[in-house]
Design a binder for this molecule. Structure first.
Ligand code: ADP
Ligand code: MG
Length: 238
């Protein structure tokens, strides 16, 4: 059974079709990267999986259940955004705890989960700080903390490292992959950066103009690009 499955998924904004029939099957535990140029439909596709956008056609299943009409909170996914989307008036511990509080979890459960996430993400010394008093890398870790305490089946990442400098980006990339392995989750990760895709992915999905051009392991794509677009996109600097 696939962890996440897209069948003939279409997205239209009014008369404009921006995602044109995507099929994709993500295996449990897999790290899949959607890569392609800006505007090709990566975020829209991810947001449809998260339930943040309605789908105009087709079917999305998560854990074998069709989720087309399911609210985001019921989908067993957690999304990490480029801009972190932290609550500025809450401290780090409260930001990480937010989803569990909304769910009505008991204090002891919330505190244990926050403490565990802080340990995993090296955030223990910063739990009382507000987001404004953190570095970019620390903010991104808080955003990840908020995702992992919910223990979702699927992590969704939308360009989570774009706001970081090159050195931190490389470091956080390795941390994200470690986190994925440690949590035993399934991850779908969106980026326009080919190097990020090549280094993170078990399988890469190359998108262009709302379509999937090719799906394969980094090595398969590197050795056997299906067409000129894939070859030139993967071969050009980010
Ligand atoms: P990517 O994440 O690959 O850069 P997006 O998924 O954000 O691309 O966007 C795909 C296309 O859909 C783009 O042409 C974008 O302009 C269009 N689009 C995205 N959101 C909206 C919206 N709310 N209304 C109309 N068009 C949109
Ligand atoms: Mg995007």
């Amino acid at each position: 059974m696939s962890a996440v499955e897209l069948n003939d998924v279409v997205k239209r904004y009014g008369a404009l079709e921006v995602v044109h029939s995507i099929d994709l099957s993500v295996v449990q535990g897999e790290f899949v990267v959607l890569v392609g140029p800006s505007g090709c439909g990566k975020s829209t596709t991810l947001r449809m999986v998260a339930g943040l956008e309605d789908i105009s056609g087709g079917t999305i299943s998560i854990g074998g259940r069709v989720v087309n009409r399911m609210a985001p909170k019921d989908r067993d996914v957690a999304m990490v955004f480029q801009n972190y989307a932290l609550y500025p008036h809450l401290n780090v511990a409260e930001n990480i705890a937010f989803g569990l509080r909304v769910r009505g979890e008991k204090n002891a459960v919330v505190e244990a989960a926050v403490s565990e996430a802080a340990t995993i993400l090296d955030l223990t010394p910063y739990l009382k700080r507000k987001p404004a008093d953190l570095s970019g890398g620390q903010r991104q870790r808080v955003a990840m903390g908020r995702a992992i305490v919910r223990k979702p089946r699927v992590f969704l990442f939308d360009e989570p490292l774009s706001n970081l400098d090159a050195k931190l980006r490389t470091q956080m990339r390795a941390e994200i992959r470690r986190l994925h392995n440690r949590m035993g989750v399934t991850s779908i990760y969106v980026t326009h950066d080919q190097v990020e895709a090549m280094t993170l992915a078990d399988r890469i999905v190359v998108m262009n103009s709302g379509r999937v051009e090719q799906v394969g392991s980094p090595m398969e794509l590197f050795l056997n690009p299906a067409n000129a677009f894939v070859a030139s996109f993967l071969g050009s600097p980010p």
